[in-house]
Design a protein around this ligand. Structure first.
Ligand code: NAD
Length: 514
């Protein structure tokens, strides 16, 4: 039986809306079991909507069993045929875009436009992966030996374990799954324990696409668990690749376990993204770009703008303009038209935000605007906040950490080299930007002497990447690359083949063996 906990009218409304959206996606809420359950909590009300099954280590092993079994047939299905399943997934996502986006809003708190954007990103990666299904392939190189051919071939890896974070509850799964499936891998997905229904809904669409084409359900497996299920998935020697998205702490736990068993990992971890605003910058662009990147998604993107490094000649003007926009930012129910800032995921996130602001002020910072809890009528248990700007004289320790909330620290600089040094002086290396009309500054920022991040933008903010490029970051962000470009190579193993079609057996490097 699916147990329900009814509190405020808003909670009831959210539960009914979530179950209705799930129904339209062809899914139901998995029933809570006697072994334990997981609460589905909406950040819109801060209250549990219902409880669902909690998978543990045994279920993780069983899911890998099924995925490993399915791999033995899926790997031999021609890649373009595998691509047709992903094409169908893209069609189903298009048909059910609003249904899935509604679940994303209810569980992750994204404003409707951003939730729709997340599902659009899934449709886009399906398009990309379908094209990829006719392109994955290797090179042929000249052999130094006569009558020999030297080439590389690419093969599926096996079972891919996908662990995802709450803030992109479905898109990150699709980045991994669309590409992994086309590459011939099978997938076991452990979504965030905070966004379970979104995962159930998204998975149901892929299950449907696989079933329609007559492929086994084991190709795509869903684990509704928390730490226990995640740890079991990571430790399973049959999981050839663990693709894990989340905090730096999580990556530090996952990487040694996978490395110790000789597995491959792809880590997409926290960021601490900065933008430099140069004296020549178009300040309209800079302010708009900064507000979207810093306050959008309530500062809960891995690519959210956390540090603005502004030239001293324009710093006061930029801060004044930002403060004016921030003062009017509509905070509230993310489903309401006009709302730009929805809730934080939970009270813990709000408490960490307020504590970070206190720490920044204690370190000499000045709170310019925001940084207060906001009470939304009827949602008193939810964690709404007003996005904050804190002006800092130095890059204190708190600024070097990722606080997953809308705090924008503003620092000033006088020389570009100083700005770049400040920019790179954090443990993380995900996304970065410079606002400048000076081509020398833009090129320097993109050069080896510039940003040390995986994403380096000019005259746009740090968030909002397109799927066509490889996505990921360096240093404690983990070094992984997902999505577009040649990120598919991480989901395949490469074999180098040498074929001798001559009648001799010459050895490489001129070696003579009798
Ligand atoms: P989190 O680290 O708390 O959890 C992420 C996932 O990891 C969840 O599914 C969780 O159950 C699982 N997990 C945690 N510890 C684990 C372990 N030891 N073994 C196996 N699984 C484990 O992160 P969150 O709060 O859900 O998400 C926010 C974080 O994710 C932020 O730091 C954000 O920057 C990061 N993030 C990064 C990217 C990126 O692409 N770089 C994208 C989205 C989010």
């Amino acid at each position: 039986m699916t147990s329900t906990t009814t509190h405020t009218p808003l909670t009831t409304e959210l539960r009914d809306a979530a179950l209705a959206a799930l129904g339209r996606l062809g899914a139901t809420a998995p029933e809570a079991s006697t072994d334990g359950d997981l609460a589905v909590v909406s950040p819109l009300s801060g209250q549990p909507l219902l409880h669902v099954r909690r998978d543990g280590a045994a279920e993780a092993t069983a899911a890998v069993d099924r995925a490993a079994e399915a791999f033995t047939t899926w790997r031999s299905v021609p890649a373009p045929v595998r691509g047709q399943v992903i094409k169908r997934l893209g069609e189903l996502l298009t048909e059910h875009k609003t249904d899935l986006a509604e679940l994303v809003t209810i569980e992750a708190g994204k404003v409707t436009s951003e939730a729709l954007g997340e599902v659009q990103e899934m449709i886009d990666i399906c398009d990309f992966a379908v094209g990829l299904s006719r392109q994955v392939g290797g090179r042929t190189m000249p052999s130094e030996r006569p009558g020999h051919r030297l080439m590389e071939t690419w093969h599926p890896m096996g079972v891919v374990g996908v662990i995802s974070a709450f803030n992109f509850p479905v898109a990150v799964w699709s980045w991994n799954t669309a590409v992994a499936l086309v590459c011939g891998d099978t997938v076991v997905w452990k979504p965030s324990e905070k966004t379970l229904l979104s995962a159930v809904g998204a998975s149901a669409l892929l299950d449907r696409a696989l079933a329609e084409a007559g492929f086994p359900a084991g190709v795509s497996q869903l684990l509704l668990g928390d730490l226990e299920a995640g740890e079991a998935l990571v430790a399973d020697t049959r999981v050839a690749l663990v693709s894990a998205t989340g905090s730096e702490r999580m990556g530090q736990q996952v990487a040694p376990v996978v490395a110790a068993r000789g597995g491959r990992y792809l880590l997409e971890l926290g960021g601490n993204n900065a933008a430099i605003v140069a004296p020549s910058a178009d300040l309209d662009l800079a302010v708009r770009g900064a507000v979207f990147s810093a306050a959008g998604t309530a500062g809960q993107r891995c690519t959210s703008l956390r540090r603005l490094i502004v030239h001293e000649s324009v710093a006061d003007e930029v801060v004044a303009r930002l403060a004016k926009v921030y003062s009017d930012l509509p905070v509230g129910d993310p489903r309401a038209g006009g709302t730009l800032v929805g809730p934080l995921v939970d009270a813990g996130a709000r408490d960490r935000m307020l504590a970070a602001i206190d720490e920044a002020v204690a370190a000499g910072g000045t709170l310019v605007v925001g940084g207060t809890a906001v009470t939304v009528l009827g949602a008193e248990d939810a964690a709404y906040v007003h996005p904050a700007i804190v002006r800092m004289a130095t890059q204190a320790d708190v600024v070097k950490r990722e606080t997953f909330a809308p705090i924008l620290y503003v620092l000033t600089y006088s020389e570009l080299s100083e700005a770049i040094a400040l920019h790179n002086d954090v443990p993380q290396g995900l996304s970065s930007a410079i606002f400048t009309m000076d081509v020398r500054e833009a090129e320097t920022f993109m050069s080896e002497a510039g940003s040390d991040c995986g994403i380096v933008n000019v005259n746009i903010g740090t968030s909002g990447a397109e799927i066509g490029g490889a996505f990921g970051g360096e240093k404690s962000t983990g070094g992984g690359r997902e999505s577009g470009s040649d990120a598919w190579k991480q989901y395949m193993r490469r074999a180098t083949n040498t074929v001798n079609y001559s009648t001799e057996l010459p050895l490489a490097q001129g070696v003579n063996f009798g």
